[in-house]
Structure formats: structure tokens, C-alpha cells
Write a protein that binds this ligand. Sequence first.
Ligand SMILES: *[C@@H]1O[C@H](CO)[C@@H](O)[C@H](O)[C@H]1NC(C)=O
Ligand SMILES: *[C@@H]1O[C@H](CO)[C@@H](O)[C@H](O)[C@H]1NC(C)=O
Ligand SMILES: *[C@@H]1O[C@H](CO)[C@@H](O)[C@H](O)[C@H]1NC(C)=O
Length: 443
Amino acid sequence: MRLSIFLSAVALLPAAFAQLSGSVGPTTKTSAKRATKTCDVTKYGAKADKTTDIGPPLASAWAACQSGGIVIIPAGDYAMKTWVTLKNGKGVGIQLDGIIYRTGTDGGNMIMIRDTTDFEFFSSTGKGAIQGNGYEIHASQGQCKGARLLRTYKVTNFSVHDIALVDSPMYHYSLDTCTNGEVYNMAIRGGEWGCLDGIDVWSNNIWIHDVMVTNKDECVTVKSPAKNILVENIYCNWSGGSAFGSLGADTAISQVVYRNIYTWKSNQMLMVKSYGGSGYVEDVVLENFIGHGNAYALDIDQYWSSMSKVDGNGVQLSNFTIKNWKGTEANGASRGPIKIACADGAPCTDMKISDFAMWTETGSKQTLTCQSAYGSGACLKAGTGKSYAMVTSTQTAATAGYTAASMAADLKSAFGTTKSIPIPALPTSYYPGQKPISAVAGA
Ligand SMILES: *[C@@H]1O[C@H](CO)[C@@H](O)[C@H](O)[C@H]1NC(C)=O
Ligand SMILES: *[C@@H]1O[C@H](CO)[C@@H](O)[C@H](O)[C@H]1NC(C)=O
Ligand SMILES: *[C@@H]1O[C@H](CO)[C@@H](O)[C@H](O)[C@H]1NC(C)=O
């Protein structure tokens, strides 16, 4: 969906879209591509028998349609034994209405699209999915092994939408060095482990919205380098949570907005994770966050113990606007809703926290901690200055207005890592009270 359509159609958008640097999405409509040519994988040897390898037929169908047209994977169950790298496309789409089941055991990327422009990967029915059956790889090879389901690399003017990515062996979808992309109406559901990230993005001018993620690692996470990223209407439905990072040397992240982020039973609502390193993260807005049952809420940790220290004084964080955070955290005494530990070698500046009201689900107190962090609100020191040791304040009464809506269908227990994970239907809402920005296909 072209951004320009929304700009004319919806009044409240310009402020948010300032975050993007221009249009996102394919430049040719799906219907026009379809009128140019269609390449049905079943005409190139694919069979919906859940046995025949769809890899070579998909590559052949791409070759036939890559300079204009739509590759069609009709409804049905397909096996994928060998992976494909689909490149040099222009004005091409892949319509995934069937379900691709991983049967091969290689690492890498099951489907990688690269060096392509004016591209769309979508389901016309909202029923298309890639089922990675990661639990089988986890049983035979262990954690952090096997393939990613989908990667777009150096793709410009594109969209990925209305599909489900399920139980990846390792990571679900990465946007690597892409430009002008839109990712929306997606359900991502993985096992309860690390290395099963939902969406990782290091790219330029990308709009990610209306996405649900279940796993125990990244929900929607920005990595470096990244610029002009807008992430909204995200439902981390039992996940690790969203983050910036992990960040190391020469970090370059700017102009990022997260808004309408609902996080349930995750490690955090939003984390910045680094240890040492250099470069910057700046001009960030984190607004309208609701959390329930999470360990951390806002967790800026520039001494993150899960990574090795990287050379450098620390990544410089500046100009963060953090506002309208509501809900409850699991245990505010052990893990308070605001933990800001900035690098002593690069104190955070211009961090602004307002309208932040969260309360603990366990006990009757919670802590706010700040270290080497300047700005306004919470425990931040005013002005600018040198490093300072961690200061902790304790709240013993809830701040008024902390209560916030829950989603009706929060996941009650995790999927684990040893059993098959069912393919979900695409949710019809990704944030309390919000409809998806574009209608969900097939809804
Ligand atoms: C992407 O789209 C923009 C217009 O929206 C256009 O200016 C640009 O040339 C396109 N990029 C490519 C690689 O086609
Ligand atoms: C801070 O970031 C916001 C959001 O990107 C931006 O609009 C604003 O201009 C930035 N402020 C400064 C002083 O750079
Ligand atoms: C959250 O996840 C659970 C399990 O996948 C699912 O039953 C529920 O429908 C999800 N919520 C939404 C709104 O889709």
C-alpha cells in the first residue's frame, strides 16, 4: 500500500510519517503486475503433495516472471527441501496462498530475495504461510541451528504482508540493507527460545505495522545501521520483546519511532542493549506502550551482561522521547519498570520520559534506576554532564492511571521447543482498540 494514499486518506498521519523519509512499498500495483504475467509454480514442477521440493520450481517461476509479473504459489501444501535465492527482480511479486513446509535441513535462508526492486511478497487470502517445523531441527541439531525463513537483502520499494511465518529453526524474517519497505499484517510464531527472532531490521525508510510475534527472543528489533524506521501496532504476544541491538562498534541508528506497542509475557517492552562500542542512537520516539506480565518494561542496558564488551566508550544515546507507557510489570521490586544504565563513557543526553505510569503485579513496590543518564522525568538528571553511579528510587504506591487494556487473546502458555507449532490465523487487531491500518487479506 503506497504511503501517499494514506497521507491523503487519513488525517492524523503526517506527524508519524515524518519519521519516514518518503514513500514505501512497491511502485507497480499487484493488479498491473498480474496483468503483465503470471508464473504459477505448479507449471514449473511444483506439486501440492507436501513431498516434492518446491525449491527448483520456485526458482524457475521467478526466472520467468522476474522482469515483471506475479509468481503464484496456489493454495495447497508444499515441501521445501532446497533453499532459493531470488535476485535481480523488477516489478515482480510472489503470491503465497499455499503453505510451504520446510523439509530440508540446511542453514542459511529458506527464501532470500535480493537486489530486487518494486517487489511484493504476500498472500491474497491471508492464508499463506511458511511452516519451518523448527522443533524437528531443535531436536536433532539443537538451539541456534538451521535456516532463517525469510530474508530480504538490498530490496527497494517493496512490501511483505498478510503471511504467517511459523516455527523457524533460526530467526523468522530479517530486513538487511533494504530501502522503502512496508511490512504488515503478519503473524510470526516461534518456539520459546533464543535465536528465534521475529523481525530484525537494519535498513532505511521502513514501515512495519500490524505484526504479532510469539517466541522468546526479539519481537520487532532495530539493528545498526538503520534510519527512518516506523514500527507501529505491534503485538508481542509472549515474546522476548522489542529492542535496539545488540549494538557494537560504529552504531548508526536514527529517526526511529515505535508506537502502539502491546507486550505480553515478554522479557521487556523495549530494551536498548549494548556493552562498550561506539556510534549513536538518536532521535527516537517510544510512545503508547502497554505491557502486562513482562519482566522489564523500559530497559536501557549499556552494560548488557549477555554480550562481550566491544571496544569503545559506549554507544551515545540522545534525544529519546518516551511517553504514554501504561500497564503492569511482573515484579517491580526485582525488576523495576524503568532501568536506565547508560555508558559511563558516553552518558545519555536529552532523554525525555513523560506520562509513564506502570505498577507491579507482585508485591507493593517498584524501583526506578538511572545511571549516567540526563534529560527529564523518572530518575533522570537534568542538563548534561559526566557519568554518575546508579541511583535508585523506590515507589511504594501506584501512579494514577497505570491501568491499561489487555488483548482478549493473550497467549496463556508458551509453545515450547519440542512440539509442532500450529499456524495461526492473522490477528484482526494488534493493539488494544486499533484496527490494522490496511485490511487483513481474507478477513
Ligand atoms: C523507488 O521508488 C521511488 C519513488 O517512490 C523512486 O524514486 C525510486 O527510483 C525507486 N527506486 C528504484 C530502485 O526503482
Ligand atoms: C529529536 O527527535 C525527534 C524525533 O525524531 C525530532 O523530531 C527532533 O527534531 C529531534 N530533536 C533534536 C533536537 O534533534
Ligand atoms: C496470541 O497467541 C495465542 C497463541 O498463539 C493465540 O491463541 C491468540 O489468538 C493470539 N492473540 C491474537 C490476538 O491473535
